[in-house]
Every structure is written in structure tokens, then in C-alpha cells.
Design a binder for this molecule. Structure first.
Ligand SMILES: C[S@@+](CC[C@H](N)C(=O)[O-])C[C@H]1O[C@@H](n2cnc3c(N)ncnc32)[C@H](O)[C@@H]1O
Length: 290
């Protein structure tokens, strides 16, 4: 990230969610705050979608990872008593301002200080109310202790928690990712997490050209992709961190979740393949303690 400036990739991801509300009418992720928080006109967003038809796949991935994370969160709250949500690298994600769980779910938004200050200003400018159960905690994951910052903000390590960590892992060093996974997996109250990751470029199948282009774009924006994982190595890290239940979704898996296996098989057969070795969304949780 450029010093003292908000994350450009956070702006990019938010624009994809906003355009998804217009072009796909929010069919994967319904987010009524996605356009207001961005502060751009509908005309500008529509034009961007027309100018960049190649963004369709990435837009689907960004909407689908949020939808999956929010569905897993809902199960965790209803079935396993999760009462704290930590949104790591929150960017302009709007879940904290539209959470359906009210005060049952205390929400901690954590982000790089410059990005978080910009988000708080964007929320105020758009007139989006921030509920009382939302707390903002600025943290640089590479330089500060996430746990200390959370505990200072009132996070209770003994209550079961959910971590939403979208669009951020690829930008962090392997060391910061491992430390965060160990923190999440080691919490005495138990925890669950959803994050996305990318396999090394040489593993990618149909998505190789897209990931190369994305990698160049984000590096030019001061936020290079630095962490890549293979599914097997990541699973071993998660188990070692205490997160022994894992579900890994490929792009094809996400598409099947939304459009069904038959529709996806028909699409593959018609010569429009969907990646099975590229971007992934991972859900993991620690055992439920009595
Ligand atoms: C691609 S954006 C994703 C934002 C949001 N989760 C979303 O899906 O729209 C990456 C996020 O990671 C955050 N980030 C990157 N490096 C960070 C660091 N070292 N410490 C804290 N946050 C960081 C950025 O501020 C930004 O909000």
C-alpha cells in the first residue's frame, strides 16, 4: 500500500460488488450498501462494466466469496453460538452495517489505519449509520499484534468467534498469514474463519492469464500479491493451527453452489471452462468445545 493512503485494491473490490448490484442485479450477493459506500454514480459504474467485460469472472468470485462467508457466518451464529465477528482487512465491506444479527453479534472491523480512516469517512459521507455493536480497530498486520489490539477493543477470547478475512491473504507475507491462522485456531473460545487464497501461478488452469493480469495491476497499485498456497500445504497449516474442519471451494465449486452442477457441467462442455486450480475460498473451524 502507498504510505498513508487507503488501499486501492479495497476500492477495486468494492467497485466489483457495486457493479454486481447493477449488472447482475445482486443475484449472487445482495448488498444494498455496496453502491452508496463507494460514492460513485450508477452511470460511472455501468460504463466501467461496459469498458471492462473481462472483469466478469473476478466480479463473480468477489461476490461469491462474500455470499459464502455470510452464509457460513449465519450457520455459525444460529448453530454454534458465535457471538463475535472480526472482519480482517475489511476495506469497504458493508456487512457490519447490514448485519441481520443486531446486538447478538459484536463486530470488530480491523484494517490498515489509512484504509480504515478512509472507510469511516466514506460511511459518514454516504450517511450510512454504524450500529453501536460495531467497533473499529486500526492494525497493520505486518507490524502490530492483532490479538492485543482486539483485546483492547473488548474482544473476548473465551467466546466463540468468526473471522471474515476476504481479499487480504494474498497481499500479506506468509509469516503474517501463519501468525494470524495460529491466533485464530488457538482462541480458547473456539473460532471459525473464511478467507480466499490463490495457488501459485504455475498451478493455475483456465485462470492463469487472469491472475497474471491481476498480479500486474495490483503491483502497480502498490499492493503486490506475495502469498500463494497449494491446497494440501494450506490444509496442513490449518490443522496445525487447530482448525481441523476445512471446506475448500474452487471457482467451479462456487459456481455450482449458485447455478447448480448441471448448469456448470453444460457450461464446461460448451467450451467455457471454470477454474479448478486457481482462486479458492476456504472455510475452516476449530472443534466445538463443550
Ligand atoms: C483487496 S482489499 C479487500 C478488502 C475487503 N475485505 C473486500 O473484500 O472488499 C485488501 C485489504 O487488506 C488490507 N490490508 C492489506 N495489507 C494489510 C496490512 N498489512 N495490515 C492491515 N490490513 C491490510 C487493506 O487495507 C485492504 O482493506
Amino acid at each position: 500500500m502507498f504510505d498513508g493512503q487507503p488501499s486501492r485494491t479495497a476500492m477495486g473490490a468494492a467497485a466489483h460488488r457495486a457493479i454486481h448490484q447493477l449488472v447482475e442485479e445482486g443475484r449472487v450477493l445482495r448488498d444494498p450498501l455496496a453502491i452508496p459506500i463507494l460514492g460513485e454514480t450508477v452511470e460511472t459504474l455501468r460504463q466501467r462494466a461496459l469498458d471492462r467485460p473481462q472483469d466478469r469472472g473476478l466480479r463473480f468470485f468477489i461476490a461469491a466469496r462474500s455470499e459464502l462467508a455470510e452464509a457460513k457466518l449465519a450457520q455459525a451464529v444460529e448453530q454454534r453460538g458465535v457471538s463475535q465477528l472480526v472482519v480482517l482487512g475489511a476495506g469497504l465491506d458493508t456487512l457490519s452495517c447490514r448485519s441481520p444479527f443486531g446486538e447478538r453479534l459484536v463486530i470488530h472491523e480491523v484494517d490498515h489505519p489509512a484504509t480504515q480512516a478512509w472507510k469511516i469517512a466514506r460511511l459518514a459521507a454516504a450517511g450510512i449509520p454504524v450500529p453501536d455493536h460495531v467497533r473499529f480497530t486500526p492494525v497493520d498486520f505486518e507490524r502490530m499484534s492483532l490479538l492485543d489490539a482486539l483485546v483492547t477493543a473488548g474482544f473476548d477470547v473465551n467466546r466463540r468467534s468468526f473471522f471474515l478475512w476476504l481479499g487480504t491473504v494474498p497481499y500479506l507475507t506468509g509469516q503474517a498469514v501463519s501468525a494470524t491462522l495460529r491466533l485464530i485456531g488457538g482462541l480458547p473460545g473456539g473460532s471459525e474463519v473464511v478467507f480466499d487464497y490463490a495457488e501459485p501461478i504455475e498451478n493455475h488452469d483456465t485462470s492463469a492469464d487472469h491472475i497474471r493480469a491481476l498480479s500486474e495491476r495490483v503491483a502497480a497499485a502498490g499492493e503486490p500479491l506475495v502469498s500463494w498456497f497449494t491446497p494440501a500445504a494450506l490444509r496442513a497449516d490449518l490443522c496445525a493451527a487447530g482448525l481441523d474442519h476445512c471446506e475448500d471451494f474452487t471457482v467451479r465449486g462456487l459456481a455450482e453452489r449458485h447455478w447448480g452442477k448441471e448448469a456448470v457441467a453444460a457450461r464446461m462442455a460448451s467450451g467455457s471452462p471454470l477454474s479448478e486450480r486457481g482462486g479458492h475460498v476456504l472455510y475452516a473451524r476449530s472443534p466445538i468445545r463443550p
